[in-house]
Write a protein that binds this ligand. Structure first.
Ligand code: IPE
Ligand code: IPE
Ligand code: MG
Length: 270
């Protein structure tokens, strides 16, 4: 509607023409040259979302959270971000009740199959970090097939953290480097930060510029411990199933207000 939503700007995704007026207002506040390359998200609050709605089963919250995963992934691709890492299941989450774990694995499997057209249509490549070998066979099979199918896509990398723990990843990287040194394939004196980063699950990805945590908890919960060294952290009280395109745009606007210094000073020193 003229006068309500700002007119289309040249860098806007084509899809924005069908976004709501409020979403387009938010989009108009973004600077295309200062978008983060990599956004990482701790998707938290599904259980609380269900409880707040009087639903007795936490699993209803996980089901609702899938809609957020779809909308955030597609929006990130449309905004031409390079990578989106979603913390879907932690190493520690295996300690939840078996019924909840089974429901989460079933949801993951269903998502990986059902979303193939959406991933292909948006040129999204699926990758994973963590230990997918821990997952049940049907989830692993769906994962392998979706990864294979999307391997040639050149747009957003959707990086799912599955059976992921930051400490576990660091230990596995250290062990891999130690094995390489033992076998004479690597000189320990040549191990620097770049060599270490290349041994992590995230090898080849840019470091996250923005780390989002939903549902208001001010903690990292063993997520990307090495990689978030200089990430901007954005904690929102919004519960994951309520975190949609508008909330992503708000997080990106907040990110663009930050000044990243990387230990240096804002002005050149005299
Ligand atoms: C996040 O929601 C989803 C996963 C950890 C898989 P939670 O299930 O942790 O929801 P809360 O934190 O109990 O509300
Ligand atoms: C972090 O959420 C893990 C995922 C989002 C997969 P949790 O709900 O498991 O983390 P804590 O228990 O609040 O630290
Ligand atoms: Mg939680």
């Amino acid at each position: 509607m003229a006068g309500v939503s700002p007119s289309q700007q040249s860098w806007w995704p084509e899809a924005a023409s069908s976004w709501s007026a409020a979403e387009r207002e938010l989009l108009a506040r973004l600077r295309p040259d200062r978008l983060p390359a990599h956004v990482a998200v701790i998707m938290d609050g599904n259980g609380r979302w269900a409880r707040q709605r009087g639903l007795l089963d936490r699993i209803r919250g996980h089901e609702a959270g899938i809609d957020s995963v779809r909308e955030i992934t597609t929006s990130a691709a449309q905004l031409r971000l390079r990578a989106l890492t979603l913390y879907a299941f932690s190493k520690e989450n295996w300690r939840r009740p078996a019924r909840e774990i089974n429901a989460l694995m079933a949801l993951l499997t269903r998502f990986l199959v059902a979303e193939r057209p959406e991933l292909m249509g948006n040129n999204i490549r699926l990758q994973t970090i963590g230990v997918p070998a821990d997952l049940p066979a049907d989830a692993r099979a769906a994962l392998d097939e979706t990864r294979r199918l999307t391997a040639g896509n050149s747009g957003l990398i959707l990086n799912l953290a599955l059976s992921y723990g930051g400490r576990d990843e660091i230990v596995r990287a250290a062990a891999a480097l130690a094995r390489a040194a033992r076998d004479g394939r690597l000189d320990p004196d040549r191990i620097g930060e770049a060599e270490f980063a290349a041994a992590l699950d995230t090898a080849g990805l840019p470091e996250p510029d923005l780390l989002v945590r939903t549902s208001g908890e001010n903690r990292v919960s063993n997520f990307l411990l090495w990689q978030i060294a200089y990430a901007e952290i954005y904690v929102t009280p919004v519960l994951w199933p309520d975190f949609r395109r508008a909330q992503l745009l708000e997080a990106l606007i907040d990110y663009q207000r930050r000044e990243r210094r990387y230990g240096m000073v804002a002005e050149p020193a005299h």
